[in-house]
Design a binder for this molecule. Structure first.
Ligand code: FAD
Ligand code: NAD
Length: 455
């Protein structure tokens, strides 16, 4: 049996950085990866999608070139194999960069294979047994495939398959109207496919405020994306033109006929094949590993980071889990997940940047709520860029003057939200934002005006 100071299972968004800390401290660490170093984000998630978003934006802007007084001398065409080559290169460069980094650590051993607990401190990878007093789980998540009627009779893709597609689907039907579904809907529409989004809920991105859902829908529909919400009884069957997807909506055609199907209906944690019962590690009802505020499981010496602990579902939350564990183990700090302020973005164009509570959430939490909004048509920079869709919104507590949350659906929204995120992180009031002197001409310069509009 091989012995290490620490074992990390999964080389996703938290594991490699933690391996780096153990290595730097002169401690031996094994990191086990069953597929690709970099995990979901690098290989089938953020990296490929954001690279495709960039190609899709280039196609969109080229089609709009004449709006800016620019001629391109003909029709815009999309070379799908070239688009995909670019995306693969970004992924492979990142994956190889991570591998080279791990392999270059003198105290770190990168082990390829599926890891499984034999008991609390022994891990099996194939024929090999490994042991360590500290074990960190960074096993991530995979696409949920619901038991839809007829699903096993038809071909379909998840986020893992669509990154390998190098042709243009004639009609891509996407089931699920949230992050993955909407980003891919706009990407493929801009590449030239017919696209339909089928969502079982009454509106898109159902966690957001109604006004945000409605504005996102309007933006996507304006580009010709078909949207079918309230699709309660989704079912599949083969059809002479591809795949028939039953949507059973109250209005419109009862079936959509697509050439290709993407399932984007959420993620499930990779915790069912880890032998966690042999270690005594507990799961919650949805299969996520139960952890405390410092990410420790109920078994001494075992921690869980990233998507698998159900405390976050983003790369930055997985990375922050690493930061919390590393700060507590190596730097004498006492960091907790409950100290984390959640921000995120939906990378459609224009993007939606979000931080903290939405208006509905703030009301539900019992705050005396002040809300300010301004359309992007009021933002000089957006007008200059010819990208005026969307709006800015801020939510604050009338009594404490604390900023509770913000949304920026508009050009640069994924970046400009950070002005509010940073202020919220230091507990600033809306007066601090109102009296900031933002740079002209930027999207951020409207925040003081949005604050002044609060009612
Ligand atoms: C299409 C898509 C787009 C996304 N875009 C964004 C985005 O723009 N921004 C953002 O913040 N987040 C995004 N996400 C979410 C983000 O990818 C995840 O939150 C993040 O990758 C989680 O990191 P992780 O380290 O927890 O897990 P992962 O990155 O999934 O890594 C887990 C690793 O563990 C390995 N593993 C699992 N079980 C075992 C085992 N038993 N033995 C050995 N190895 C094992 C897996 O192979 C994997 O490599 C996106 C996700 C998808 C699917
Ligand atoms: N921009 C980003 O940061 C980004 C991008 C992509 C993915 N992600 C991460 O990946 C995770 C997964 O994304 P996702 O979009 O697959 O999941 P999600 O959980 O965000 O949304 C799933 C959507 O599918 C719908 N749905 C669920 N079951 C359904 C069913 N049976 N039929 C039809 N619709 C159904 C839900 O109502 C919801 O709208 C997210 O939690 C997110 O954290 C993040």
């Amino acid at each position: 049996m091989k012995s290490f100071d620490a074992i990390i299972i999964g080389a996703g968004q938290a594991g490699p950085s933690l391996a780096g800390r153990f290595n730097d401290a002169g401690k031996t660490v094994a990191i086990i990866e069953r597929k690709h170093v970099g995990g979901t984000c690098v290989n089938t998630g953020c990296k490929p999608t954001k690279t495709l978003v960039a190609s899709a934006y280039a196609a969109h802007l080229a089609r709009r070139a004449s709006d800016y007084g620019i001629g391109i001398g003909g029709e815009v065409s999309v070379d799908m194999p070239a688009v995909m080559r670019r995306s693969h290169k970004v992924t492979l460069d990142s994956r190889h960069g991570n591998e080279t980094w791990l392999e270059g650590m003198p105290h770190c051993t990168l082990i390829r294979g599926h890891a499984r607990f034999e008991c609390k401190n022994v891990i099996r990878v194939g024929d090999e047994l490994l042991t360590a007093p500290q074990i960190f789980l960074n096993v991530g998540s995979r696409a949920t495939i619901p038991d839809f009627a007829g699903i096993s009779d038809v071909p379909y893709m998840t986020n893992s398959d669509i990154v390998l597609l190098d042709r243009l689907p004639k009609h891509l039907v996407i089931v699920g109207g949230s992050y993955i579904g909407l980003e891919y809907a706009q990407i493929y529409r801009r590449f030239g496919a017919e696209v339909t989004v089928v969502e079982k809920g009454p509106r898109l991105i159902g966690r957001e405020d109604d006004d945000i859902s409605a504005a996102v829908r309007e933006i996507l529909e304006a580009e010709g994306i078909h949207i079918r919400t309230g699709a309660e009884c989704i079912r599949f069957r083969r059809h002479e033109q591809g795949i028939a997807i039953g949507v059973n909506c109250d209005e419109g055609e009862p079936e959509v006929i697509g050439s290709d199907v993407l399932l984007a209906v959420g993620r499930r944690p990779n915790t069912d094949d880890l032998g966690l019962d042999k270690a005594g590690v507990e799961l919650d009802g949805r299969g996520f590993i139960r952890v405390d505020d410092r990410l420790a499981t109920g078994v001494e010496g075992i921690w869980a980071m990233g998507d698998c602990n159900g405390r976050g579902a983003f790369t930055h939350t997985a990375y922050n889990d690493f930061e919390i564990i590393a700060a507590n183990l190596f730097d004498g700090e006492d960091r907790k997940v409950s100290q984390r302020l959640l921000g995120y973005a939906l990378f459609i164009d224009p993007p939606l940047g979000r931080v903290g509570l939405g208006e509905a959430e703030a009301r539900k939490a019992g705050h005396d709520v002040l809300v300010g909004t301004r359309p992007m048509t009021n933002v000089g920079r957006a007008v200059e860029k010819g990208e005026t869709k969307g709006f800015m919104k801020i939510v604050a507590d009338a009594k404490t003057k604390k900023i509770l949350g913000a949304a920026l659906l508009g050009t640069g929204g994924d970046e400009a939200i950070h002005g509010v995120l940073d202020l919220m992180n230091v507990g600033a009031s809306y007066d601090d934002l109102r009296w900031a002197v933002p740079i002209h001409p930027t999207v951020s310069e409207l925040w003081p005006t949005v604050v002044l509009s609060m009612k």
